[in-house]
Design a protein around this ligand. Structure first.
Ligand code: ADP
Length: 244
């Protein structure tokens, strides 16, 4: 009798897990289709226009080429993030951690990132164990957002401080900020706040996966991420990184 109940419960648990995973899969397909629809609609629309009038009107031609290029870039970055997360989910994303001088790496990274709006305002020496390529991908996700969600005349500060056991790396912007109830959700796949959706124009490259990728990389390095933000005033993403 006992066993019967246990089996029933186990079967019910299995069923609810199966339907949960089905729902997750459904939502995922829905999200991906939705994200692909906008750039595809833009591309089709401009191709139709080009076919009809394009070659005669140089201004229209340029507008179409720019829109098609941006849309293709959006789709490419969506597919790259999806492939990254698929490999991560399947355990096929191997990391090779080596000792890294984080201060030196940060200087090179910011130089290569090449934005006049990004400044390193504090820099203390520290060494960590990390896969530098993954780390750069994560830093880029925070910087892309900090720049994207703040006015073009503001700058983004990068601060690195260190104690004996941890380094703290902050990305500080003076942008639109993130409401309190959204701070947990921003790391979910495909999540974008309504505010950020309306702020972006169709040319901007946002699919709602950057922070999911960043979080996966942070977790693999035992890095914790703390988000402080004040809507309308700006956000700070603070990473706590174990040092060696
Ligand atoms: P996206 O490609 O939309 O930027 P992310 O996963 O990188 O996707 O970020 C998810 C959402 O988190 C963004 O759409 C935005 O709403 C919010 N967000 C992330 N970083 C910031 C920031 N620095 N300032 C304001 N909002 C942010």
């Amino acid at each position: 009798m006992q066993l019967g109940i246990k089996r029933q419960r186990a079967a019910a648990g299995g069923q609810s897990r199966a339907s949960e995973s089905f729902l997750r899969q459904q939502r995922f397909v829905n999200d991906v289709s939705h994200e692909l629809r906008t750039p595809l609609t833009i591309i089709r629309g401009y191709v139709d226009i080009l076919e009809r009038y394009g070659a005669q009107d140089p201004e229209l031609f340029q507008e179409a080429v720019t829109a098609i290029k941006n849309s293709a870039q959006n789709m490419q970055s969506l597919v790259e993030s999806l492939l990254f997360l698929a490999r991560a989910d399947q355990g096929r994303q191997p990391l090779t951690p080596v000792p890294v001088d984080l201060d030196d790496m940060l200087i090179t990274f910011v130089k290569d990132y090449n934005s006049p709006r990004v400044n390193i305002t504090k820099l203390e020496p520290c060494k960590i164990m990390a896969d530098a390529e993954f780390l750069k991908k994560m830093f880029a996700a925070f910087l892309d957002n900090a720049l994207r969600y703040s006015p073009p005349d503001t700058s983004v500060e990068v601060e690195l401080t260190a104690t004996d056991s941890t380094a703290t790396l902050k990305f500080i912007d003076r942008g639109i900020g993130i409401a309190k109830d959204e701070r947990e959700k921003i790391f979910e796949r495909f999540y974008r706040s309504d505010k950020s959706r309306t702020k972006l124009d169709s040319g901007e490259n946002s699919v709602g996966l950057g922070l999911s990728v960043a979080k996966w990389i942070a977790d693999r390095h035992n890095i914790t991420i703390d988000v402080q933000s004040k809507p309308g005033a700006g956000s700070t993403f603070a990473l706590t990184i174990p040092t060696i």
